[in-house]
Design a protein around this ligand. Structure first.
Ligand code: ADP
Ligand code: MG
Length: 414
């Protein structure tokens, strides 16, 4: 029989130090403990790891976790071990394979993290057959779908492995999956439609605004002047990052630092920690900045050009206001952004073109809309929001309806 509610609460408290589950975590954990396969779509920071780590502790047998990056696995490993969970990884970066294999075979591991390419190896399937598997957790599950923004062919190798253990439940986890990607994840991983659980994506304290770009340095100065707290400005290129950081530092008198992958690692680390510790700093950055940065009091996120997709927009703007206090997200777009993105489409394989074009069309839809921005955003993530949020530019000020697609086509044919 599945563990009782009391056992769940006790493990949550004693192992993880949490007083309660958050949001949809309890729905997901309940399903998993009942042995039912599930796809959980939960925003970044919602606590996806706990939804497999808690069952891993409670259930008999090992939870096998598929994760796309060694760095992610080692982060997870550290935090799991810090909680006293018996966890290990089997990656090329590990020297203790033999110990891990012995512990696994002896049923002494709660969690085993593996990369997807491992899944296709016959020895690995034999290894799994040598002990009891409680659960397959597939993290970053959008990687299995060509519709997703980060397709990894290796994720397709998982299905035969999962099917070799039909009695073991599957828990797929992702932060970013539109309707197509979700349906595809369910199909690719053999999870029934009734297994889909979607968490609340709304960030009510973020005020969204999307404006045409004219004089970007002046427009960004306006955003900075209006928002005295810490902020992030995303710029499309390293050169633009450098240029804007310099200009805005002078024009606003605020501390402004650049961040991009072309800076020396020690400079990046220094700028990042200065930002995290500051109450008024502005970071001008490429999208390389933000992953894994825990700064709850970011008061604004501005985009100096269009993001890659609605998923990217949601993720990047979502770095504002994690503390729940009022925050703003402002995007400045140009028809040339869309024109350039459309030109780049033509360089892709035919199969990628279709999904990337749709991604760009969805983004154009958000930019062009006279409807509530939040409603468009939330509908994209499968929710049914109220028609008007009252906390975005189109709700607060009437806007001109702009056709970004036509403008981009005009630019291209000029
Ligand atoms: P995700 O993978 O969804 O982005 P994580 O699993 O990394 O999120 O969790 C984000 C943070 O939330 C972690 O610091 C985690 O310890 C914390 N967290 C998760 N669940 C809870 C909970 N029920 N109560 C308090 N904190 C939680
Ligand atoms: Mg995660």
């Amino acid at each position: 029989p599945p563990p009782s509610a009391q056992q769940v609460a006790q493990a949550l408290h004693e192992v993880f130090g949490f007083s309660s589950l958050r949001g949809v975590q309890d729905q997901v954990v309940d399903r998993v403990l009942e042995g039912r396969s599930t796809l959980a779509v939960m925003p970044t920071g919602a606590g996806k790891s706990l939804t497999y780590q808690l069952p891993a502790v409670l259930l008999e047998g090992t939870c096998v976790v598929v994760s796309p990056l060694i760095a992610l696995m080692h982060d997870q490993l550290r935090s799991a071990r810090a909680n006293g969970i018996r966890a290990a990884t089997l990656t090329s970066a590990d020297a203790d394979w033999r110990e891990t294999l012995d512990a696994f075979r002896a049923g002494q591991l709660d969690l085993l993290y593996i990369a997807p390419e491992r899944a296709s190896q016959p020895q690995f399937r034999e290894l799994l057959a040598s002990t009891r598997i409680a659960l397959f957790a597939i993290d970053e599950a959008h990687c299995v779908s060509e519709w997703g923004h980060d397709f990894r062919p290796d994720y397709r190798l998982l299905r035969p492995l999962l099917d070799a253990f039909p009695q073991v439940p599957r828990l797929a986890l992702t932060a970013t999956a539109d309707h197509h990607t979700r349906q595809d994840i369910l199909a690719q991983l053999g999870i029934g439609e009734d297994g889909l659980i979607v968490a609340g994506f709304d960030r009510p304290n973020i005020r969204y605004a999307i404006r045409p770009r004219d004089s970007i340095a002046r427009q960004l100065k306006g955003v900075i002047d209006d928002n005295p707290g810490p902020g992030i400005i995303y710029a499309p290129t390293r050169a633009k990052v450098e240029q804007l950081a310099e200009t805005l530092g002078k024009s606003t008198g605020r501390p402004v630092l650049p961040y991009h992958a072309g800076l020396a690692p020690e400079v990046r680390a220094r700028n990042q920690s200065a930002f995290v510790g500051s109450e008024d700093m502005v970071m001008v950055a490429t999208v390389a900045f933000g992953m894994g940065i825990d700064k709850p009091d970011v008061r604004f996120v501005a985009h100096a050009g269009i993001p890659k997709s609605i998923e990217g927009y949601y993720q990047e703007t979502g770095r504002a206001g994690r503390d729940g206090d009022p925050s703003v997200a402002v995007m400045f777009w140009g028809a040339d952004d869309f024109a350039r993105a459309r030109l780049r489409l033509s360089e892709l394989d035919e199969s990628r073109q279709q999904s990337e074009r749709q991604r760009l069309d969805s983004l154009a839809g958000l930019v062009e809309t006279a409807d509530c921005r939040r409603a468009v955003l939330l509908r994209h993530f499968g929710e049914t929001p109220p028609a008007r949020c009252g906390n975005c530019d189109t709700c607060l000020e009437p806007v001109d309806v702009i056709d970004a697609t036509t403008m981009a086509q005009k630019l291209l044919s000029a």
